[in-house]
Write a protein that binds this ligand. Structure first.
Ligand code: 13P
Ligand code: SF4
Length: 394
């Protein structure tokens, strides 16, 4: 009999979870990479004009992608904004652009490099813009996990499904072992596909997206899920537990979404009668279970666009996006608040600021390629296989 793995077990908001702008950092993800050039001063009053002029000079040679969690000062220069899925698809949509400037985090830029042609160069304005969740699964740990599954005699029944928020190495592992990538907007389709290919899924690295999709969308129970802890021998699981499980969840999480608790939901319902609670599926299972709606950043935007005037919403996702939506929809009489009482940005997304964008665009306009993200050909080959399986999902 498999033991139910509840979310209380592991993810308590850590001190690192509260990443106040400029005051704290997650050292696992922000590797202290210094900008290799001269960054303009943040107080330069001409930054907006400089970014505009450099982008104009580059013309069709540059295509700027912006994830919804980016700062307003950056997102205003994006040619396309979107969630992880939309940006992966759109990255390949401008084959004439020599430079793809990715205003997002490292794993997104890697995916863009994999999906674009070899002569297109993907640039990340600050190389320290990583993702602490993606860092929670390393290639060595995942290879060791596969050995554990092989020893338990189940590797052949297991299909890996890896969240977009993972390194190119993990995507390559996934492609090599017959699996697919997913994002928060197609995780259900990915799991349906995976369960047609095999009997079990190894879901990397976000336990919450894996558990929430399995239980909410696929009708599996919490008892069908086990939690593989890469820091424990054999993942902290017995061979019997692995053989009984349908979903083997990697013990990774997002420190930003891990911030929201059941208490935040109960508290906002008490404070704002009639409020609709809408959260991202990277939130813990008990938060998702208590919410009214669950979806990716793109889903959240569409839900608010369709909401009637006078409706009230508490949103459980990154603050840059929630603040932008609150400002955008206030004139339509839609009241939008942040689900938690405490301010919470994604510190690594916030690394991309206007000075870094100006420095990047001006360097490119001067013919100097900076901060290129390039995945090696062997990794790219298998990672692309996994990404293309995702793009082919219904
Ligand atoms: P989506 O934009 O795909 O919803 O993902 C959120 C996220 O955490 C990106 O890092
Ligand atoms: Fe990673 Fe979470 Fe930031 Fe997304 S919000 S980039 S998952 S740390």
């Amino acid at each position: 009999m498999t033991t139910a793995q509840t979310t209380e077990l592991d993810v308590q908001p850590s001190p690192l979870a509260l990443l106040l702008l400029g005051r704290e950092a997650d050292p696992r993800s922000e590797r202290g990479v210094e900008c290799p050039g001269d960054l303009p001063s943040p107080s330069d009053p001409d930054l907006v004009e400089r970014a505009r002029a450099a982008k104009e000079k580059l013309g069709d040679k540059v295509f700027v992608l912006g994830h919804h969690y980016q700062r307003d000062e950056v997102i205003q220069f994006a040619d396309v904004t979107g969630d992880s899925f939309k940006l992966a698809r759109d990255a390949a949509a401008r084959p004439e652009a020599e430079y793809i400037v990715f205003c997002g985090v490292h794993f997104m830029a890697e995916s863009a490099d994999i999906l674009t042609s070899d002569d297109q160069k993907v640039v990340l304005p600050d190389l320290a813009a990583g993702c602490s969740m993606a860092d929670m699964a390393t290639a060595e740990q995942v290879a060791e996990c596969w050995d554990v599954l092989t020893e338990a005699g189940i590797a052949e029944q297991v299909v890996p499904v890896s969240y977009m928020n993972s390194s190119a190495d993990i995507k390559a592992f996934t492609g090599k072992h017959g699996g697919t990538i997913c994002t928060s907007s197609n995780a259900k389709n990915a799991l349906e596909w995976a369960f047609e290919q095999g009997e079990k899924v190894l879901f990397l690295p976000d336990q919450h997206l894996g558990r929430n999709t399995a239980v909410r969308d696929m009708g599996l129970s919490l008892e069908d899920c086990v939690l593989y802890n890469p820091h424990k021998p054999n993942g902290g699981l017995t061979a019997e537990q692995l053989r009984d499980a349908k979903m083997i969840l990697w013990r990774g999480h997002c420190s930003v979404h891990g911030r929201f608790s059941l208490e935040s939901v109960e508290d906002v319902r008490a404070r704002i009668p009639g409020v609709n609670v809408l959260v991202h599926p990277e939130c813990r299972h008990e938060v998702v279970a208590a919410a009214d709606y669950v979806g990716s950043t793109e889903y959240i935007i569409k839900a608010l666009e369709a909401a009637p005037a006078g409706s009230k919403w508490a949103i459980g996702t990154e603050l840059n996006l929630v603040r932008r939506l609150a400002n955008r929809f206030a004139p339509e009489g839609k009241e939008i608040v942040f689900l938690d009482k405490t301010v919470c940005f994604c510190s690594t997304m916030n690394r991309i600021d206007l000075p870094h964008l100006v420095w990047t665009l001006e360097s490119l306009a001067a013919g100097k390629l900076v901060n290129r993200i390039e995945v090696d050909p062997e990794t790219e080959k298998y990672a692309k296989l996994a990404l293309e399986r995702m793009l082919a999902l219904p």
